[in-house]
Design a protein around this ligand. Sequence first.
Ligand SMILES: N[C@@H](CCC(=O)N[C@@H](CS)C(=O)NCC(=O)O)C(=O)O
Length: 97
Amino acid sequence: MKLYYSPGACSLSPHIVLEEAGLKFEPVLASTKSHKLKDGTDYYSINPLGYVPLLELDDGKRLHEGPAIVQYLADQAPDSKLARPMARGSATSSRNG
Ligand SMILES: N[C@@H](CCC(=O)N[C@@H](CS)C(=O)NCC(=O)O)C(=O)O
């Protein structure tokens, strides 16, 4: 999976959760000022809302709300006990559809 992040932004919390959970991921720098990636890609083509964090799963599904992302990540590594399992539904449901 890929984490779209920007230094000093609220993408830090999913970044920490990914590291703590020991999950494999590719960090992708997305400027919150220019809304471009390093290779010049327009970040709005990835997240029409323009903000980080955004987590892209291996199946291409994209999650774009920080709290939903950290819950999803914690659920992927239950032994890490980073969060209680989601009581209802999943972090990938409706709001991130
Ligand atoms: N509702 C989003 C808000 C994310 C957000 O505001 N991200 C800021 C950085 S902390 C950002 O990317 N701002 C640039 C922009 O909105 O274009 C979440 O909770 O994840």
